[in-house]
Design a protein around this ligand. Structure first.
Ligand SMILES: C[S@@+](CC[C@H](N)C(=O)[O-])C[C@H]1O[C@@H](n2cnc3c(N)ncnc32)[C@H](O)[C@@H]1O
Length: 393
């Protein structure tokens, strides 16, 4: 089965997530904003970096919109034979088609359906593509009578797909803002990024034999527990530790809150300094946003940055050394460590990254991205997160 996905704000990270999840032979980029995925099933809610997804229904020769539009209406009106009112939205990616021209396609489809005796509600286009919020709030792709046609212009052809759903931004926001304990100082890992990190580690790879219910994800810097929350929702048993008693308590409370609303597996949270703590095995994967150093709202002076980097380097390398002595060979990891962005957009990296191999880890190779350069950031952020995809040697 072939799916096409609309990638998130940082397409290279979204693509790497898909590659780790579905295997590199099953994922291919399609233009700059999309990817083709070959999989038996595709549940967008288990991915952090995919914004929309659809089942491929046709691959057409590249043509201007009016011609393509006639072709789509001709083919698709037949597909939509059936009863009851149908709601349809149309989104075009990879080419700037005027919203009113997309709208015309919708109107033509509506007329064709009317001739077949079926009525259709058309979602208005304010841009060539419907926003995630519009698609989500109209529940497009979630039932047979709420449809979104996704049209992707790629380098050599055009793919038409029927949406199977949009990222559930309401549920993500509720998990982020609704949980009882939040802490602006330890940082706010967005749930989307936490979900991406779990998939990026490789633990959810469809070719692995891991059964989530029998697997445990460890976060040794669990903070308020965002990674563990997302891991628990994917069905994993979760295990967290943190240096701060307050954070251990926050994670416990947040997971209790989650457990009251969803069926989740085992939860274990304990106090521990990651530099020397001994964790209980078995651990199937380690996913963590490690200590990021102090927050900065503007790029720090070089000597200040140097000082902070040294401290973070010390903690990170000692932690990695300690963990390597405990993990079985082959355990996958995804760690978010800081990289500091200056005003010209260049990054200062941890020096520990250069010693990863001597600390007992291997880089996980990627087909779609450079595994040494996966950085999650927003334009206004000084402290970016570099994602390290590793395997214990
Ligand atoms: C960037 S925050 C992680 C935030 C977390 N992702 C969340 O969801 O809230 C880093 C966490 O590491 C903890 N920490 C710092 N140094 C530590 C150490 N040596 N061992 C264990 N935890 C540590 C801090 O207390 C903080 O909660």
């Amino acid at each position: 089965m072939n799916f096409i996905t609309l990638l998130g704000r940082q397409p290279e990270l979204s693509l790497a997530e898909l590659e780790q999840r579905f295997g590199s032979s099953n994922v291919e980029s399609f233009g700059r904003v999309a990817a083709l995925v070959s999989a038996a099933e595709f549940d967008i809610q288990t991915l952090g970096g995919t914004v929309k997804a659809g089942r491929v229904i046709a691959e057409l020769e590249k043509a201007d919109w009016p011609r393509l539009s006639r072709d789509i209406v001709g083919r698709y009106a037949r597909e939509l034979k059936g009863d009851g009112k149908v709601t349809v939205g149309i989104s075009v990616y990879g080419r700037d088609v005027a919203p009113r021209d997309v709208q015309r396609t919708g109107i033509a489809l509506k007329q064709a359906l009317k001739k077949q005796g079926r009525s259709m509600r058309l979602i208005p286009n304010e841009a060539s593509a419907l926003s995630t919020a519009t698609s989500h709030h109209n529940k497009l792709g979630l039932s047979q009578n709420k449809i979104e046609l996704l049209v992707f212009y790629g380098p050599g052809s055009v793919i038409v797909a029927e949406s199977t759903g949009t990222q559930n931004i309401t549920a993500l926001a509720a998990r982020d803002q609704g949980r009882p304990k939040r802490d602006a100082f330890v940082g706010m890992l967005p749930p989307k990024l936490a979900l991406m990190m779990i998939n990026l580690s490789g633990i959810t790879n469809q070719n692995h034999t891991h059964d989530a219910n029998d697997s445990t994800i460890l976060d040794p810097f669990c903070g308020t527990g965002v990674v563990l929350q997302e891991a628990a929702l994917l069905g994993f048993n979760v295990y967290g530790s943190d240096l701060s008693e307050k954070m251990v308590d926050y994670t416990q409370q947040n997971l209790q809150w989650l457990g009251a609303k969803h069926a989740i597996g085992d939860v274990r949270v304990e106090l521990g300094d990651a530099i020397e703590h001994g964790w209980n095995l078995p651990i199937s994967a380690v996913v963590a946003e490690t200590y990021l150093g102090q927050p900065f709202s503007a790029p720090p002076a070089p000597d200040k940055l140097d000082k902070v980097r040294r401290i973070v380097d010390h903690i990170t390398s000692k932690f990695l050394e300690n963990l390597a002595q405990q993990l079985p060979s082959g355990t996958p990891l995804c760690l978010a460590v800081p990289a500091w962005r200056d005003s010209r957009g260049s990054f200062t990296h941890l020096t520990t990254i250069k010693k990863i191999e001597s600390l007992g880890y291997e880089w996980q190779p990627l087909k779609t991205a450079n595994t040494h350069n996966l950085i999650y950031y927003r334009e206004d952020q000084v402290v970016a997160r570099q994602l390290l995809l590793l395997t214990k040697k």
